[in-house]
Design a protein around this ligand. Structure first.
Ligand code: HEC
Length: 208
């Protein structure tokens, strides 16, 4: 046999060996001990078979209507995503009286989620606003009277639902952290009013 043919046969043999190990199409391969892989308990997020007890064969159950999961009461937000809801938030929604921010979490989260648009000092000079100036709100920054006098409840409403070009931040900030961020926004707007005190005002986040 010529050397050339030997090489060709060798290549084909190796290729078929390699591909035969790869599972094809619907073939999931062999399982030797499925009882050990799949829990017999009802696993809501990891379901192998149709559940014979629950509706639609799901192991995951809907929560009972009108109930709130333990420890999640503050996630309940009664006001609707509408103009009326926004107006009502001004007087009906307020920060918890016992709110604390010992480790400056409000500032920390603000710098992650808000600076891309509003900038580190709240001057609306974040990278996104710099690139797409048409996204910017009418008010110049947190120094503006608008933000200084904006009720905290309305900011909370905006964080829950979003407002025009600002999206909802409800999925990234838990309720207590939304309030911490709002307090930091108010601090930035107050600090801007008295620039000399700005540095010390920011340090004081640690003590709140
Ligand atoms: C994608 C850019 C973007 C991000 C990120 C963003 N905002 Fe905004 N924000 C906006 C825009 C645009 C408006 C103006 C909305 C309007 O009134 O049209 C706005 C409005 C606001 C207002 C005024 C709300 C009101 O009720 O009028 C506050 C306060 C605010 N943002 C704070 C925050 C905070 C705090 C964060 C971070 C948790 C944040 N924003 C993240 C773009 C952004």
């Amino acid at each position: 046999m010529s050397k050339k043919i030997q090489i060709i046969i060798g290549t084909i043999a190796t290729a078929s060996l390699v591909t035969s190990c790869v599972s094809r199409g619907e073939n999931t391969g062999w399982e030797y001990a499925p009882d050990m892989y799949y829990s017999k308990g009802y696993e809501p997020y990891n379901q192998a078979d149709s559940n014979s007890v629950s509706p639609y064969g799901m192991s995951m159950r809907e929560p009972v209507a009108g109930t709130v999961a333990y420890g999640k009461a503050d996630y309940k937000y009664a006001l609707p995503n509408s103009g009326e809801g926004y107006e009502a938030s001004a007087t009906q929604i307020a920060a918890p009286a016992d709110l604390t921010d010992a480790d400056g979490r409000g500032k920390y989260l603000y710098e992650i989620y808000c600076t891309p648009c509003h900038g580190y000092q709240g001057n609306n000079d974040g990278e996104v606003f710099k690139k797409v100036a048409t996204l910017k709100p009418a008010w110049k920054g947190y120094t503006d009277e608008y933000i200084k006098t904006l009720p905290e409840g309305k900011i909370y409403h905006t964080l829950v639902y979003g407002k025009n070009n600002m999206g909802s931040h409800a999925s990234v900030l838990k309720p207590v952290d939304r309030w911490r961020v709002i307090k930091y926004v108010k601090q930035l707007s107050a600090a801007a009013a008295a620039p000399a005190a700005a540095a010390t005002t920011q340090d004081s986040t640690k003590k709140n």
